[in-house]
Design a protein around this ligand. Structure first.
Ligand SMILES: [Zn+2]
Ligand SMILES: [Zn+2]
Length: 321
């Protein structure tokens, strides 16, 4: 079996800026776990299923050297001595967040070879000694690289799944604050309309302190903050007890979301609150949502993450404001 000297002339070693498409065939659903595995072109770094090798080589003359990846998964043995990871962040796929891939539940075994279309297969790394150095480097770089899919998924997750990253409110520059003489003490608050002393929201426009929504299970507030918004249309409220030097939970009623306000310190000082001196005394929205998600099952959250990468709307998670 002879391999011509110029067989590898188009093989490249992937750099940091190359996207490696090693998850799925460009033309079909073949992937490394498919029966025939996946072939990664060592020139273009595109993944190709067995049935489409001919087509790829026709369209890319001289680029017929592939790294073949065959992946098989087996359930990981369950170690009863290891505690499940504690979830501390409202996020998926990051340290302390939910493990979206559940990757630790499986063991993956991969077999590699260098395939030269149409008829040469060199098991890798078993027979690596017959390969030029740069071809080995190319194979190793493909094997070690984060796939293009994983890179994209990660950036999507960072954008949509880190529940602690919030959009800047559209009211940041324009929110009007009434001058009505009200000053808010640093602690000891109560709803302006009922006896509740926690789950309280400070409306940034008029300084009203009002309770949050009633939860689906009957606990929580008496809806006074939301009713106030429907009457006045004053859009921003800060959850008292979550204000610290780093920020606070701010809800925007008309944007229907938790938001950031870069001008928060100024807004709060209008009501006599020095952000730098405040300490956390009530549960943040992230705390509450993590508790709920744990209560209603990590499974449904992960399912939702896998299906559409949208923020969770589990039972009751919308019912706090
Ligand atoms: Zn109330
Ligand atoms: Zn939500």
């Amino acid at each position: 079996l002879t391999i011509m000297a110029d067989t590898y002339r188009n093989v490249r070693v992937a750099g940091a800026n190359d996207n490696i498409y090693k998850d799925e065939c460009l033309y079909s659903f073949d992937n490394p776990e498919s029966e025939n595995g996946l072939y990664i072109c060592m020139s273009t770094f595109r993944g190709v299923g067995k049935a489409h090798l001919e087509r790829h080589c026709r369209n890319n003359p001289g680029k017929n050297v592939f790294l073949h990846i065959l992946r098989r998964r087996k359930p990981a043995p369950i170690d009863v001595n290891v505690e499940p990871t504690k979830i501390t962040k409202l996020a998926i796929g990051i340290e302390g967040g939910f493990d979206v891939n559940q990757s630790n539940r499986f063991i993956f075994e991969e077999k590699y070879s260098i395939y030269i279309h149409p008829d040469v297969t060199i098991p890798y790394p078993d027979e690596a000694s017959q390969l030029p150095e740069f071809v080995k480097n190319s194979a190793d770089a493909i094997i070690a690289a984060d796939s293009a899919f994983l890179k994209e998924e990660r950036s999507l997750m960072n954008a949509t799944w880190n529940g602690e990253i919030r959009r800047i409110t559209k009211h940041s520059q324009t929110l009007e604050q009434l001058v009505n003489g009200r000053k808010i003490p640093p602690s000891g608050w109560q709803c302006d309309q009922c006896e509740l002393k926690e789950n309280l929201w400070l409306n940034l426009t008029d300084g009203a302190i009002l309770c949050g929504r009633k939860f689906f299970d009957g606990t929580g507030g008496n809806n006074h903050a939301a009713e106030h918004y429907y009457r006045t249309k004053y859009p921003l409220a800060v959850k008292l007890g979550t204000i610290t030097a780093k920020g606070a939970d701010i809800y925007s009623y008309d944007e229907d979301d938790m938001v950031e306000d870069p001008n928060l310190a100024v807004r709060l000082s209008h009501w006599g609150i020095n952000m730098l001196k405040m300490e956390k005394s009530d549960r943040s929205m992230a705390d509450l949502e993590i508790e709920l998600n744990q209560k209603f099952g990590e499974a449904s959250m992960i399912e939702e993450a896998n299906s559409k990468l949208q923020p969770v709307h589990g039972p009751g998670t919308e019912a706090y404001y």
